[in-house]
Design a protein around this ligand. Structure first.
Ligand code: PHE
Length: 359
């Protein structure tokens, strides 16, 4: 018993003298660990007569608990001290100069492309790209637009003087639809891509520019139908304009590469020259769409009895103008810094289906 008293006060002293958590843990192991002093004494109980065993056992347990509590208390004190030391050391230097205001901003067109990619990305689409200079066949022929077709004049195409090595006429692509063709020639269905990019037509006024951007979409699978087309485009319009109940209307139309074809309108009001999207009883056309013409699938070596799909195309500047209230298309390419400052976006605004889409 004398030994136990001595051991107790020795251990309590060691606990108080432990200057950090590591040292304290060493004390814990030497006292309460499997091979520790107290555990050693516990083992001796087996050889004692019952009376003695009971008394000694109780005394040992008291000491054991007392030591364990002392260790816990010391642990808290040491942890607090460590935190205080760290806080003292990691003080913030408020005399540091402020960071400079970020320079530059994201062009509304880049922002719009990011938004469109984010929305379709979350629907499972990937991005496909193609060249601005196309061969006649990919821009027209494979899309079921024959040489004598009026669409070729409609497009007011920039034809290039040079031909490809195998004698094909080259054009500045008049739409992003040739990327559909390139994708189908390269990739087996199921296909789900969007193709943003520059397109060219001989046109120039406040709403037309000889160079502008489109995004095309293409979905090909075994059971794709008009319902998918409608659901996909309604969801897109509502997500892009950030309006859950945006009215969307499908109007019969004609494109050589889709059959049937539909123009997509969204609800709006017109006041003077201004549009308000999502309210009122007027309609604004924003997208071309349709079920891919079987002739186009066959031109790309896809079995049109097994696969079908839908495609759509939309002008990117137009999407940006409508959402951000930009009145003149030509200003997109004038590189006027005042314009960019006014309509530009902060560099770290990351658009997604649910955030960063409206401001
Ligand atoms: N390519 C068409 C255009 O530029 C748009 C479109 C694409 C229409 C796909 C239907 C399907 O006008």
């Amino acid at each position: 018993m004398d030994n136990l008293d001595q051991l107790r006060s020795d251990l309590l002293t060691s606990v108080e003298e432990a200057t950090d958590l590591k040292a304290l843990d060493e004390v814990r192991v030497s006292a309460l660990g499997k091979k520790g002093a107290i555990s050693g004494l516990m083992k001796g109980l087996g050889g004692m007569d019952p009376e003695q065993r009971k008394a000694t056992g109780q005394a040992l347990n008291l000491v054991k608990n007392e030591i364990a509590e002392a260790i816990e208390r010391r642990k808290e004190t040491l942890a607090d001290a460590e935190l205080d030391a760290r806080l003292a050391e990691e003080r913030i230097d408020v005399s540091l100069p402020v960071r400079e205001e970020p320079q530059g901003s994201i062009h509304p067109l880049s922002q719009t492309i990011d938004e469109v990619v984010a929305i379709f990305g979350e629907m499972g689409f990937t991005v496909a790209e193609g060249p601005d200079i196309e061969v006649d066949w990919y821009n027209f022929g494979a899309l079921n637009i024959p040489p004598e077709h009026p669409a070729r004049q409609e497009h007011d195409t920039f034809y290039l003087p040079n031909e490809t090595e195998d004698g094909q006429r080259t054009v500045l692509r008049t739409h992003t639809s040739p990327v559909q063709i390139r994708t189908m020639l390269k990739q087996k269905p199921p296909i789900r891509v969007i193709c943003p990019g520059r397109t060219y037509r001989c046109d120039y006024d406040a709403t037309h520019s000889p160079m502008f951007n489109q995004v095309e979409g293409l979905v090909i699978d075994e059971k794709t139908h008009m319902g998918h087309l409608k659901g996909c485009l309604i969801d897109f319009c509502r997500a892009y304009f950030g309006t859950d109940d945006l009215p969307v209307r499908f109007r019969p139309s004609y494109f050589p590469f889709t059959e049937p074809s539909a123009e997509v309108d969204i609800g709006c009001t017109r006041e003077g020259g201004e549009f308000k999207i999502g309210h009122g009883d007027d309609w604004l056309e924003i997208l071309g769409s349709g079920m891919v013409n079987p002739a186009v699938l066959e031109n790309c070596g896809i079995d049109s009895t097994k696969y079908q799909g839908f495609a759509f195309g939309v002008g990117l500047e137009r999407l940006a103008m409508l959402k951000y209230g930009i009145p003149d298309l030509r200003t997109f390419y004038e590189s006027d810094l005042r314009w960019l400052k006014h309509y530009g976006f902060a560099a770290l605004d990351v658009p997604s289906m649910t955030g960063g889409l409206s401001r």
